[in-house]
Design a protein around this ligand. Structure first.
Ligand SMILES: NC(=O)c1ccc[n+]([C@@H]2O[C@H](COP(=O)([O-])OP(=O)(O)OC[C@H]3O[C@@H](n4cnc5c(N)ncnc54)[C@H](O)[C@@H]3O)[C@@H](O)[C@H]2O)c1
Length: 335
């Protein structure tokens, strides 16, 4: 998402500096027009220096470990790469007189309240990722009040599209399904697959993301959901992605992930009104476009990463070397 936002900001005439440690992002997504610093935002000193050397007028914060389902099994990494990384970049930005902050939060702040989630609902996160996003929102609100900068919080949900990682087995489901199909592997679905989500194509969300960065007084201090309008089940998504690839993969159901919210989708009226959100492409066309891009990229090896808290409660495909699964080199582990 960051590279799309950076590209849009360049096109809007901004001078853009990007910071990423490339832990989850890719060099191939970097743009020549963007001044780039490879930097881990958990390093406060280096972050101070980078921000001081490139003082931002507008700070768009997207860096994250956004693996919501895995956050119960990697809480240290998730807290470091969400709340801590954000505070580390926010502090020097405030010192440099930042005018506006756009915080990319998440619908995870709503937790397991009844969908559709509306901006008027209280924050009631149900997992470690959501707790971090909640703390990031609240920290923004408090510091903006004391240090007087403008902010807009946007809450995207289930974003998919070109440039997304296809190789992260912890997220996102559209990319995972595409990679599994290209690798000739089954699709794994957690629980009965009847959980509903409204998937959001990046091409539809991007114009709203860019509008959120405008220095308009009416956008100040707002929290706005941004993303797809039409909830579908994960089973339906599996069919749509399979059809795009002309494939009929085996679908394997695994136990539900701990603390996964059953139905999670949002209201969109505020985004239409304040950010002119509109579905120019929609779900099917978005999947077609991403499918075309994914096929050009080809099947990707899965990243091999250990959980901080490996547990029988984690999906078995997240644990390395588990029977019947494939390792990062694509070779089957023997039972
Ligand atoms: N994709 C979605 O469905 C979705 C939904 C809701 C919210 N969001 C939020 O939007 C933002 C972007 O999401 P995305 O899907 O593009 O995720 P992503 O993982 O593709 O991008 C996050 C980027 O942050 C970088 N990063 C991680 N830790 C870092 C650190 N310590 N220092 C510097 N860079 C670091 C990664 O390398 C990666 O490029 C995130 O904040 C995410 O929480 C995404």
């Amino acid at each position: 998402m960051g590279s799309h936002v950076a590209e849009g900001m360049v096109a809007a005439g901004h001078e853009v500096t990007g910071i990423d440690d490339l832990s989850g992002g890719f060099r191939r997504n970097l743009l020549p027009e963007v001044k780039f610093h490879r930097l881990d935002l958990r390093d406060a000193e280096e972050t101070d220096r980078a921000v001081r050397d490139n003082p931002p007028e507008i700070l768009c914060h997207l860096a994250a470990n956004a693996r919501e389902g895995a956050s119960q099994f990697q809480p240290r990494d998730v807290c470091g790469r969400n709340l801590m990384a954000y505070v580390n970049v926010l502090v020097p930005a405030i010192r440099c007189g930042v005018k506006k902050v756009v915080l990319y939060s998440s619908m995870a702040v709503y937790g397991d309240q009844e969908a559709p989630f509306d901006e008027g609902m209280a924050r009631r996160p149900a997992d470690v990722y959501g707790v971090n996003k909640t703390a990031m929102e609240e920290t923004t609100e408090i510091l903006a009040d004391v240090h007087e900068f403008s902010y807009t919080i946007i809450r995207p949900h289930n974003v998919f599209g070109e440039r997304q990682s296809l190789q992260d087995k912890f997220r996102n489901v559209v990319g995972i399904f595409m990679n599994r199909i290209m690798r000739g592997e089954p699709l794994y679905v957690y629980g009965d697959g009847e959980q509903r989500r409204a998937f959001s194509y990046i091409g539809d969300s991007l114009p709203a993301f860019l509008k959120a960065a405008e220095l308009k007084p009416e956008l100040d201090r707002q929290r706005i959901n941004v993303g797809g309008k039409r909830p579908i089940t994960v089973n339906e998504l599996a069919k749509l992605v399979s059809a795009e690839f002309g494939a009929e993969p085996e679908v394997v159901h695994l136990p539900a992930r701990p603390r996964e919210v059953k139905d999670a989708y949002c209201t969109w009226q505020k985004s239409e009104q304040m950010l002119a959100y509109k579905e120019q492409f929609g779900l099917e066309e978005g999947i077609r476009r991403m499918g075309e891009w994914a096929r050009a990229l080809g099947p990707q090896p899965w990243t091999d990463e250990r959980l901080e808290l490996p547990s029988e409660k984690a999906p078995r495909i997240w644990l390395p070397g588990r029977p019947g699964e494939t390792d990062s080199k694509g070779e089957a582990n023997e039972p």
